[in-house]
Design a protein around this ligand. Structure first.
Ligand SMILES: [Mn+2]
Length: 465
């Protein structure tokens, strides 16, 4: 007899909890809310699709025990399946201990290899190989009764192992090919189960080609784990994904593939709502609803130059209790003009203010825009604008250098000299210095005779200084 108390199967799906000392407040507020909310909704099972932790955690760390406490609470209400996520976030073996965190009522199952697992009368029964055989399924039906749901688990694939097997250059695309082949094989079993009225759920941790990150960046490339087609190829009613921190979903003929995204907002500039997914899985009609968690609100203000205090005052008015990041860039010589304390004071009601000031070195500010000038005369003109130097005569001479041969130039200079009755006095060192910004080192006093100096001096010495 199938599990037919009701047609709908409700599953609470959480992902990318990223528990760590630094994330503890955010992770635990959001996951705590999600756990309570899902239990109140009376879900039949819970899935955590990877990256429960942010990095290797010590057993005595409050973040680790905080996570264990929440998972235990879930397991007191319904069976829990935890999937291995990214190795750098969740070193292999991290989840092992959670097998003992199961409640007296329900188990916690840890999926750390590619395989299928049936949930029958509150118990998880794993396939021996990567998919169930018909014999295994018959045996489960006999000894436990028909499964309520069968999970197809695809935890993070160790690309290094695969690279060793197929060669480094093939590894990137081989991951996708191997997983697609596996999902197609699982699809054959899943179709069989569906014919018997048994619900099927895929759980994985990886990137779907074409999905969008929490910063709005589309992930397009050949080295991602999945395509939408390969995931639907597994023929699961529901495919629950982790890894990408932005909630998103795809639907095909009543079947759904979805990321809940991260449980909270762990970085500045993340777009989209945060939450967990409440799945309602009816054969042929699946829905996944994002239930929002009280993730912290972040505000980012960027200035291409010094901060505009009036604008900041406006932002501050709406930033009480929010996490604020302010970025500006400023020339080295003007850095003292920004009053950081005043900026901090404006945001005194915010939860946190992070100031990132980028100091532009003086040499770059003096040549600002020069790289965008197309020709040498234009670059010279831009340098003149920035340094307050009249470049008219220099441009004439540059043009002579570019267009005339040495003899013609020399003839021209000599002809001009002959016309001159009184040589022009050279500018004094003080005059030359006053034409340059303060950051330019002092110009050496001119000692040589006046009119021919420009032939000997390095015209660009000031810029190169
Ligand atoms: Mn993650």
């Amino acid at each position: 007899m199938k599990f037919q108390e009701r047609d709908q199967l409700c599953v609470g799906h959480f992902s990318d909890l990223h528990y760590s000392p630094g994330n503890l407040v955010e992770a635990d507020r959001c996951f705590g809310f999600a756990v309570d909310d899902a239990i109140a909704a009376g879900c039949d099972a819970y899935v955590i699709s990877g990256d429960s932790t942010d990095h290797r955690l010590d057993a005595h760390s409050p973040a680790f025990s905080g996570l264990a406490r929440r998972v235990h609470r879930l397991a007191c209400a319904a069976p829990v399946l935890m999937l291995q996520g990214t190795f750098s976030h969740e070193p292999p073996g991290t989840l092992d201990v959670f097998r003992f965190v199961g409640g007296e009522v329900c188990p916690v199952y840890v999926a750390d290899r590619i395989h299928q697992v049936a949930l029958s009368r509150g118990e998880f029964i794993a396939s021996h190989g990567s998919v169930f055989t018909i014999e295994e399924l018959d045996e489960i039906a006999e000894t436990h009764g028909d499964p309520k749901v069968v999970f197809t688990c695809v935890p993070t694939v160790n690309k290094a192992t695969l690279a060793a097997a197929v060669g480094v250059s093939n590894a990137a695309t081989a991951v996708g090919d191997h997983l697609a082949a596996y999902l197609a094989a699982a699809g054959a079993i899943n179709r069989l189960l569906r014919e018997q009225g048994i619900r099927t759920i895929g759980v994985s941790h990886g990137t779907v080609n074409g999905c969008q990150t929490e910063h709005g960046v589309p992930m397009a490339g050949f080295d991602h784990e999945f395509t939408i087609g390969s995931l639907f190829g597994a023929d699961c009613d529901a495919f629950m994904l982790g890894h990408i921190h932005r909630a998103q979903q795809w639907e095909r003929e009543g079947r759904v593939v979805a990321y809940p995204g991260s449980i909270g907002r762990f970085h500045y500039g993340e777009i989209g709502a945060k939450g967990y997914l409440r799945w309602n899985i009816e054969l042929g009609q699946v829905t996944a609803t994002l239930m929002e968690t009280p993730a912290r609100e972040t505000v980012c203000v960027d200035f291409d130059g010094p901060p505009d205090m009036a604008r900041l005052a406006e932002v501050a008015a709406g930033a009480a209790d929010k996490f604020v990041r302010i970025r500006w860039s400023i020339n080295e010589e003007h850095r003292q003009l920004v009053d950081r304390d005043a900026v901090q004071a404006l945001f005194r009601d915010s939860a946190e203010v992070k100031i990132e000031a980028r100091i532009l070195p003086a040499v770059r500010s003096r040549a600002e825009g020069i790289s965008r000038a197309a020709s040498l005369p234009e670059k010279l003109g831009r340098w003149g604008e920035l340094t307050g130097v009249d470049t008219g005569p220099l441009v004439d001479r540059l043009s002579q250098l570019q267009n005339l041969d040495a003899q013609s130039i020399a003839d021209g200079v000599l002809a001009n000299l002959a016309d001159l009755d009184i040589p022009q006095p050279a500018p004094s060192a003080a005059e030359m210095q006053s034409a340059l910004p303060a950051s330019v080192p002092p110009v050496a006093p001119v000692q040589k005779s006046a009119a021919l100096d420009w032939l000997n001096d390095d015209l660009f010495a000031a810029e190169a200084a």
